[in-house]
Design a protein around this ligand. Structure first.
Ligand SMILES: [Ca+2]
Ligand SMILES: [Ca+2]
Length: 240
């Protein structure tokens, strides 16, 4: 009797295992199908996803050290979706000349901002003086600009203030198009901005430039939540 009962129990357990295994396979193949569907988000005709090469993340999870920053964008919690731009668009800033308001950085050299190195490590970032500073890239000719991507710093979570990005055909920016501005109180005197504050990550900040034409791209910042200093690791300008 004892033996019969345990054999019966074993049969039930075995049946339960088979059912669980079946459910697991069925559910995970559903998940795979859903992932494939996501990956297959098609580029609109004539467009392609920007061929971004992102550096390794230096921190993971939601940062806890940022307090009291108004209009702070919530992290997406998943990788940034692909950005579609007309086919043939590439990073025009790579190796291009940089100048700016602080030509003798505290740490590093301005040419590091377009050298292709986007690592979070010490030795990969440029440190500029305090308060409002800018750098600008010369693309050497007027281009159609579709996206701008930049990393201030991503060794730890930080928010940079008064982030303003402008495009112009004039090296002095007498006339320009502003594509990003999160200076909500106009302390940088470039106009009141409405864009969000955001936490710097290894993904960098990607801005839709909507095909604005220009030769120069200028990047302002006014310190960050950790200090009054300004930093750049890399800037990329996607256009043709
Ligand atoms: Ca760099
Ligand atoms: Ca401000």
């Amino acid at each position: 009797m004892q033996k019969y009962t345990s054999m019966k129990t074993m049969k039930i357990v075995r049946a339960a295992f088979v059912l669980l295994a079946f459910l697991f396979v069925a559910l995970s193949s559903d998940a795979v199908a859903a992932d494939k569907k996501k990956a297959a988000v098609k580029a609109p005709p004539g467009m392609a996803a920007l061929p971004l090469e992102l550096p390794k993340p230096a921190f993971v999870g939601t940062p806890q050290n940022i307090k009291g920053v108004k209009q702070l964008e919530k992290p997406l919690g998943r990788p940034r979706p692909p950005f579609f731009a007309p086919k043939g668009v590439k990073n025009l800033a790579l190796g291009k000349k940089i100048n700016g308001s602080d030509e003798e950085p505290i740490v590093g050299d301005l040419k590091m901002i377009t050298d292709g190195d986007k690592k979070a490590a010490d030795g990969s970032y440029v440190e500029l003086g305090p308060f409002t500073q800018y750098i600008q890239v010369d693309l050497e000719a007027e281009k159609e600009i579709y996206a701008v991507l930049f990393w201030h710093y991503h060794k730890q979570a930080r928010v940079y203030f008064d982030v303003v990005v402008q495009i112009s055909n004039d090296a002095e920016f007498g006339k320009s198009t502003t594509i990003y501005n999160n200076d909500h109180d106009n302390s940088a005197e470039l106009g009141v901005g409405k864009d969000n504050h955001y936490v710097e990550t290894s993904e960098g900040r990607l801005i839709d430039a909507k095909g604005v034409k220009g030769r120069y791209v200028r990047f302002y910042s006014g310190g960050n939540n950790a200090s009054d200093l300004n930093h750049y690791i890399e800037v990329e300008v996607y256009g043709k």
